[in-house]
Design a protein around this ligand. Structure first.
Ligand SMILES: Cc1ncc(COP(=O)(O)O)c(C=O)c1O
Length: 419
């Protein structure tokens, strides 16, 4: 290798996989703003503003709405390790890869983990979850909202009230749904939730917006043990078991994000700028408008896919509006199609894991990338790539049908086309 390394110059791509997606240029610009000291009043004011923006995004009055530095699973891990005491029973409904992840993290926290499973491509009914709660009597339910591995969206509105009635704490992984569809924390009685920036929030991976209510804060504070070097005289510690992680200790993180501003980690300045700008932009667009933009992209994409003679994956009544699973047609090399799309069109679409490996592609229409022109480019590229891979569309579906069908949705002509 040369002694010098070439200037960083990533190839231009349209990121239409399950995340990360292209970052809004305004977020990139915010990240290049000058550093501030972490206790500079200008910076702590940005922290407070970020908390307020997160409350609006999560539709909650929760005081504790803040950022955990790290990718989306950092937020999940912070909530779980701070809430679960060794020996606690945790119920995890698994309908895709990320349910398995929540079960794994809970087990590393020392929980007695019970899982219930649904076939990938489906979701749970509230009755199934209620029955499992009554059978297993967990202390905490950890559940994914939108699981990008299957493209399914678990309805949650009834789950929170079931948990509240049974005195179960409910934590939701909203990584892939927040900003793309409603996540109504207070209305749904969700106790804690976490997300990442790199999907519908149009930011880079590396910051995890979380929120939790007073029920969770009380549990965490009962386990509060402050680092010796920063412990002030008179600080009240909890008598519960010490939280196993220092970095993800939400008791200390709360101290850092509150008026006491007790030093914990050094806040990731540029990531805070990114999160603040990403959420500010989203709220300026409006939650409902943003959800509608994701919904129409999903409708247009799925209409285009169907018009091409391809099959969609999973129970379409519960499809996420921001990720679409497409069955790879028999005889077509899915990886060759992805390679054509990347190398010839500069468009990335996703592969899949576990039982779906080699069976579906996952196409993301999220955040800044979720725009009409990208949906149309993607369909045109997919049609061309499929033809090169030898795919013969079903009778009636010819070249350009997918793009036409998507365009008709965007122009409000869908009903006319279906006649
Ligand atoms: C639902 C869900 N949870 C968690 C994660 C993990 O996120 P990260 O890779 O940012 O840690 C992802 C990433 O795709 C996800 O879709």
């Amino acid at each position: 290798m040369n002694e010098t390394v070439a200037e960083l110059n990533p190839p231009p791509r349209i990121l239409m996989g399950p995340g990360p997606v292209g970052v809004d240029p305004r977020v990139l610009r915010a990240m290049s703003m000058p550093m501030l000291g972490q206790f500079d009043p200008a910076f702590t004011a940005y922290m407070n503003e970020t908390m307020e923006l997160l409350r609006r995004l999560y539709r909650t009055a929760n005081r504790w709405s803040l950022l955990v530095d790290g990718t989306a699973r950092a937020g999940a891990e912070a909530i779980l390790v701070s809430t679960i005491a060794p020996g606690d029973k945790v119920l995890v409904p698994v309908f895709g890869r990320f349910g398995h992840l929540l079960a794994e993290i809970s087990s590393r926290c020392g929980a007695e983990v019970v899982t219930i499973e649904r076939e990938w491509g489906s979701v749970f009914t509230p009755e199934e979850i209620e029955a499992a709660i009554r059978r297993h009597r967990p202390r905490l339910l950890a559940i994914v909202h939108g699981d990008t591995s299957t493209t399914m969206l678990q309805p949650l509105a009834d789950i929170g009230p079931i948990c509240r009635a049974n005195d179960v704490i409910v934590y939701v992984d909203a990584t892939a749904s927040l900003g793309g569809t409603d996540v109504a924390i207070d209305a749904w009685q969700i106790d804690a939730a976490s997300a990442g920036l790199q999907k519908c929030l149009s930011g880079p991976p590396g910051s995890s917006p979380i929120t939790f209510n007073a029920r969770v804060a009380d549990i965490v504070n009962r386990r509060k043990h402050v680092e010796a070097g920063i412990r002030a005289a008179g600080v009240v510690e909890g008598n519960g078991p010490r939280i196993a992680s220092n970095y993800f200790d939400l008791a200390m993180v709360m101290d850092y994000w509150s008026e006491s501003r007790l030093n914990h980690h050094t806040e990731a300045t540029a990531m805070l700028y990114a999160a603040r700008e990403a959420v500010r932009i989203l709220l300026a667009e409006g939650l409902e408008a943003c959800f509608a933009r994701h919904r129409i992209a999903s409708d247009a994409l799925t209409a285009g896919i169907a018009a091409m003679g391809l099959e969609l994956f999973g129970d379409q009544r519960h499809k996420m509006p921001n990720v679409t699973g497409v069955m790879i047609p028999a005889g077509v090399n899915g990886e060759a199609v992805r390679a054509t799309m990347l190398n010839d069109f500069g468009i990335e679409i996703g592969t899949s894991f576990g039982p779906l490996h080699g069976r579906i592609w996952r196409i993301g229409t999220m955040g800044y990338v979720c725009r009409k022109e990208n949906v149309l480019h993607c369909l045109a590229a997919l049609e061309a790539a499929l033809r090169r891979a030898g795919f013969k569309a079903q009778v009636g579906a010819g070249a350009g049908e997918g793009v036409d069908a998507a365009l008709a949705v965007y122009h409000g002509e869908a009903a006319a086309r279906m006649k």
